[in-house]
Design a protein around this ligand. Sequence first.
Ligand code: PLP
Length: 377
Amino acid sequence: MAEHRPETLAARADGYVCRETGAVTPPIHPSSTYARDEQYEKIGGHRGYSRDDNPTYDVAEQLLAKLEGGAAAKLFASGMAAIASVFQALSPGDHVVVGRDMYFGTSKYLREIAIPWGLEIEFVDTADLEAVERVVRPGATKLVYIETPANPTWKITDIAAVAAIAHAAGAALAADSTTASPVITRPIEHGADLVIHSATKYLNGHSDVLAGAVVAAREDALWERIGKCRFLAGGILGPFEAWLLLRGMRTLYVRVRHASDSAMRIARHFEGHKAVAQVCYPGLPEFPGHDIAARQMTGGFGGMLSLRLAGGGEAAVAMIRKVKLFVRATSLGGVESLIEHRATIEGEDSDVPADLLRLSVGLEAVEDLIADLEQAL
Ligand SMILES: *Cc1c(COP(=O)(O)O)cnc(C)c1O
């Protein structure tokens, strides 16, 4: 039988049924250590200790690898643990090109930890392909790292074009696809070698788990080192979190599609609104990068959008105080809609415009969400 579609695989937890008990949900394995048999061989294969691997990960990792069209996936303690392992898998002195527009935590990690550790990192606007071409050094650059759509302006990077530049120089391409999720974009199909998720967000989807994941297009030497970084540095996920994550992933497709449809309706509603200077949403035809987005965001344009208010920073702060339904909180990708003033949250080093409010659209009735934003404006 032909391989099923991704939403079928997700709904069925990759077809899981326990052969011993008939259970349709996989068990949680809290064991920290694993026994050997009378021959002193590992029972059932490869596990010795839970920092190496945990059987609770198996279904979630295999499912995520399939959803992304990759060869393998690994779960991590958080999105940042996943990201840190990708950079740690490189060596001090390596040259790396990183997108300037990205999740604030990643750029802070790179500036405060990865650069002092010895990586030579150049930040560049990856939406500008000529700029990427200028900084990539053939034979020397080991990794190009992008985030698309990028927090919190949702700037679009052309994954296939950047992959071609990276590969021509002998570098791998890693894409943080947290805000898209595999429902919207499958970066490996566009040439990415690694896909990174803060699984805290859409993959889990219920704002109750902190988790991360890396998916690899191939199980090569870089992938092996990333696995070593998880095992030796210990940024592994707890089995209870892994179990909750798999439960969340089973509804990934309905959640993301609903959020994406609602975000599009909200974007259209507030486009041209007198209090709104700009709606940042890749689904709007006027949005810079929309044509690229339409090519690589094949499952919709996602549940994230930002509003830039005509009244500037003061208007943005006034509005966020007035919302009644949107929850004033950081993070994204949960069932409840969130609103955030990124400039306040990021603090002094932030270059996010003060007039910008970031919305994570959840699963509430879109009419209620629009009414809430209207009354707050
Ligand atoms: C939240 C987030 C991260 C960090 O993930 P954690 O699970 O919070 O560690 C990384 N990248 C993006 C795009 C994010 O939104």
